[in-house]
Design a protein around this ligand. Structure first.
Ligand code: ATP
Length: 634
């Protein structure tokens, strides 16, 4: 028996059950709620909420307390109007059930001279009543049928009912017009080139198949957030001009086992009917995480979903037209089976852009923005190492919003700088009133700036400010001339010396008891750098051993517990040694340059903010800093 026939039988059965229920209900008593013709009295629980036994009713009759009687339902029920001292002498409507065979009642009423009336059954409303009595069961039973029908579809995954849980949640665009082309993507040229090739696969497959090349089934984009992975998928959809299915991996994750797998099946079924096409699965790690991992060793629903994805990506061997593009920030947690050739044949890394890339991305996002001549894209790109494409887009957008706020029709350097400051340092707070602390913060910041300027391996000062931002009361920014991919030991030492310089300056100028909590963040950072030098980079006397990973999780077995070499103690001693050395060097530089520090502090207190160039001019005007030197510690 096919599903349709079964469905029809179920519906017919439901209707029969409903009619049966409705007719059963229509056996008389229920219709007493209908209004009598003469509207005199209704047998309605609202009207006659009290009841009285037939025996009691006869007693009332004898006592002369009954005023009127209305008979219903062929004299099986009555509403009597009674008034008695028991009822507070107030007339009340009381319902009485008349026993079968109480044939003397009419005579008794006549004898007692009671006003009575008999009301016929309200036949006229029968259809309305049947309808209203049938409606609820019909709705209920039809809902049940729908539910079972959906469960059927969900397990067989063939249906497309709107309530179908197993239906894929993917957005489908037959001819996508995402508005994104490859020219809108910058700074990730290698990834772009790979994708341009896939577009060419989709447009001219013969060109490849003639030489025996197969279209890749899957392409995995791996990279930090905001680097343009979704943008690449949108561009490929637009440029290849083939149907495009987009879905987030998390949309397959459900509580009930089997739903995710059914959705994957449905997605691939639909896609195989519209080849050539692209399926884009964002956050693929939500379904593709290694099996057997997680709390309790795995999750049945997720693993079934992943198994289904693995099967489907093997399953369209004959069909050369479905390309799956996955995107993730974490390729390391994906199941190995997903990454093998034949599934995601290609893995494309989409890194954070370098300086050149940032310049290109900024140019893309500056296209529709009226930038004034004083805005230097190159300088902005230099100031923003570590920024993703999304951060850079956001920066220019912030600048445009600021320009609007200042009622300007163009964007100047001021708005761009302010936007960068907001994104790097946080929103500006209110100026500090406390002059004593303001002076202390000025010394702290100028201490960082002077020490950073003296060290050969340190970045240039970008800006010093006493305007509070984020959690900081003042800030000194340094900008590298170029992106640093590898950092040397002397550069790390220079960072620690510059970092500790704020605290050292407070101590020298104001004395030990006046040192504040303002340096806590610096101390945390510099301790982290020193610890990494010892435990990860082999830059201490302990030698080239990696004791911890980048999350400071121990990778050298038991080094922090009791260990014959006492490695944990040696690590701590090395960290302290590095920091002590850096403190000494910072103290030396501050003492040597005390005079210029006092001078710059006064200038900073006057102007609140000194740009890098201003700072350098002031220093040169006043003194010549010692030749830049590299500090080495043994
Ligand atoms: P996530 O991993 O968080 O999903 P993603 O890598 O998919 O991030 P996208 O959504 O593609 O990042 O990028 C967000 C926005 O950032 C884009 O809409 C675009 O405005 C901008 N953007 C990111 N990368 C680039 C780029 N390489 N070129 C131009 N614009 C970019």
């Amino acid at each position: 028996m096919n599903q349709n026939t079964l469905q029809k039988i179920l519906i017919a059965l439901a209707i029969l059950i409903c009619i049966f229920i409705g007719v059963k209900k229509f056996d008389g008593t229920n219709f007493m709620n209908t209004q009598s013709n003469n509207n005199k009295v209704e047998l309605n629980t609202n009207v006659a909420s009290s009841r009285m036994t037939y025996g009691r009713f006869l007693e009332y009759l004898e006592m002369g307390w009954i005023k009127q009687v209305d008979l219903y339902d062929n004299s099986r029920n009555a509403i009597v109007q009674a008034s008695s001292p028991e009822l507070g002498d107030r007339p009340q409507a009381i319902r009485v059930e008349i026993p079968v065979g109480a044939s003397q009642l009419i005579q008794k009423l006549k004898d007692s001279n009671i006003d009575f009336d008999a009301h016929p059954v309200a036949q006229k409303n029968i259809y309305v009543t049947i309808a209203s009595n049938l409606l609820l069961p019909i709705i209920f039973i039809t809902s049940l049928i729908f539910f079972f029908q959906n469960s059927e579809n969900f397990s067989s995954n063939s249906g497309s009912s709107p309530m179908n849980l197993g239906e894929s949640p993917a957005n489908y665009e037959p001819r996508p017009d995402t508005g994104i082309s490859f020219s809108d993507i910058a700074g990730i040229d290698e990834a772009k080139a790979e994708f341009e090739e896939i577009v060419s696969f989709l447009k001219e497959p013969e060109k490849y198949t003639i030489v025996g090349a197969k279209i890749p089934k899957g392409v995995l984009l791996v990279g930090p957030p905001g680097t343009g992975k979704t943008l690449l998928a949108k561009a490929i959809a637009n440029e290849a001009n083939v149907p495009f299915y987009s879905v987030a991996g998390s949309e397959f994750v459900e509580m009930f086992i089997g739903i995710g797998a059914a959705r994957i099946r449905d997605l691939f079924n639909r896609a195989s009917e519209t080849t050539p096409c692209i399926i884009f699965i964002d956050e693929i790690d939500a379904v593709g995480r290694e099996r057997g991992s997680g709390i309790g060793g795995g999750n049945d629903e997720r693993e079934q979903t992943l198994n289904q994805l693995l099967t489907e990506m093997d399953g369209f061997k004959e069909n050369k037209g479905v390309i799956v593009v996955g995107a993730t920030n974490r390729a390391d947690i994906l199941d190995a089976a997903l990454l093998r050739p034949g599934r995601f044949d290609r893995q494309i890394t989409v890194p954070l852009p370098d300086r050149r890339g940032r310049i290109d991305i900024l140019k893309v996002h500056a296209r529709n923005k009226p930038l004034e001549k004083d805005v230097s894209i190159v300088k902005l790109a230099t100031r923003t190492p570590g920024f993703s494409g999304a951060d850079l887009a956001n920066l220019l957008n912030e600048a445009a919003i600021l320009a609007t706020r200042y009622k300007k029709s163009t964007i100047s350097k001021k708005e761009v700088e302010e936007a960068a400051d907001r994104i790097i340092g946080g929103i500006a707070g209110t100026e500090m009133d406390d002059q004593k602390n303001k002076r202390l913060i000025a010394y702290h910041e100028v201490g960082h700036a002077i020490v950073g300027s003296v060290l050969r391996d340190h970045d240039e000062v970008e800006k010093i400010t006493l305007v509070p931002r984020g959690g900081a009361k003042g800030l000194t920014w340094f900008t590298p001339n170029e992106d640093q991919t590898l950092i040397s030991r002397s550069q790390l030492l220079a960072r620690i010396i510059t970092n500790i310089a704020g605290w050292v300056t407070e101590k020298i100028i104001f004395g030990d008891p006046e040192v504040t909590t303002g340096a806590s963040n610096d101390l945390q950072q510099l301790t982290g750098i020193a610890r990494n030098m010892v435990t990860r980079y082999g830059m201490s006397n302990i030698g080239p051993i990696a004791l911890e990973d980048e999350n400071n999780e121990q990778i050298f077995p038991n080094y922090s517990s009791q260990n014959p070499d006492n490695l944990a103690d040696r690590v701590d001693k090395e960290v302290v040694k590095i920091i002590n050395y850096c403190e000494e060097k910072a103290t030396e530089i501050i003492l040597e340059n005390r005079v210029v520090i006092d001078f710059i502090v006064e200038k900073l207190l006057e102007s609140e903010t000194l740009e890098g160039e201003e700072f350098r001019n002031l220093v040169n005007e006043y003194t010549t800093l010692p030749a830049k030197e590299t500090y080495e510690y043994a």
